[in-house]
Design a binder for this molecule. Sequence first.
Ligand code: GDP
Length: 363
Amino acid sequence: GFKCGIVGLPNVGKSTIFNAITAAGAESANYPFCTIEPNVGVVGVPDPRLNMLAEIVRPKAILPTTIEFVDIAGLVKGASRGEGLGNQFLGHIRQVDAIAHIVRCFDDDNVVHVDGSIDPMRDVEVIQTELNLADLDTVQKRMTRIEKQAKSGDKKSQSELSVLQAVQQCLDQGRPARATELTDEERLVLRDLHLITAKPLLYVANVAEDDLDGRHPYVASLREFAAAEGAEMVTICGKIEAEIAELDDEGKAEFLQELGLDQSGLDRVIQAGYRLLGLLTYFTAGVKEVRAWTVERGAKAPAAAGVIHTDFEKGFIRAEVIAFDDFIRCGGEAGAKEKGLMRLEGKEYVVTDGDIMHFRFNV
Ligand code: GDP
């Protein structure tokens, strides 16, 4: 599965948010959740398109696609030098596909801040510095390893070295590896290094109950910073989410309405985390179940079939495909078929987000 790591300084609300995510999943039959390890949770990705499909198909079950959240504790100042849970922490974070960085934007005298005061921008810098240093270390180690071959004229090592030098320069300026200007081909060179600051990142502002409108200066400064980086920011109140997590679906809806919100902060974090992964969702829509599936961008029909079952991929013959808007507009499969909007696609078909697919295969 695809993983989104939750990072941040101690006491910023990581566990509170992680626990609320897991509780939310456990509550609702629509959004299955299970714990793999104490700090890893699988949660359903809310997608309004599922309900639109269900209204037409009237299935027995609705199943969202899922994403894994990993609560990564232990990032403190000095982690890159092995302080705190240092290396262990960095090992965990290298394995995730995307990062949600929780930033404390709430005042609360009862909750100690590791640095004694609330300052979101300072906190962000502390974390970024540690991650940058960890990546610099990785890059430098790799450079040392291939230097000799590059000097002796090995073309592949030479081109890798020049990519690494560009990344090193970027990191040295305090910028993330992801900000290095590289071609797609050059980026491939970096893949096996699992650089932390090359992963897509999202900021989560954990605000006080009264500040969900996002106008507090703490949040405003973080928003500005995120925008300059081209990163997304989601505002959430961990305390409220913890309360919502205790409610049933009906109570939750009422509570959100009272607060003037159409969606919980968690749902927004889950959706933003999923978007961050840059994946595609396609659907299967039958009376037994309407279900969302995840594939990588650029995936072809057989690979999409393989997400359901490896046999579907091995024996793939063709796919019947209806675009999401066509399916809704025509009131379902029969209507779309009548209007000639159901396409038969072969092995080379590249899946489009929202496709409703039905696979034909040999067993
Ligand atoms: P972690 O160390 O980042 O995992 O932080 P925790 O989730 O354990 O939270 C640290 C403390 O802050 C706990 O006592 C939480 O109850 C509290 N906390 C978390 N989110 C909020 C919030 O939005 N508002 C307030 N006032 N307290 C919060």
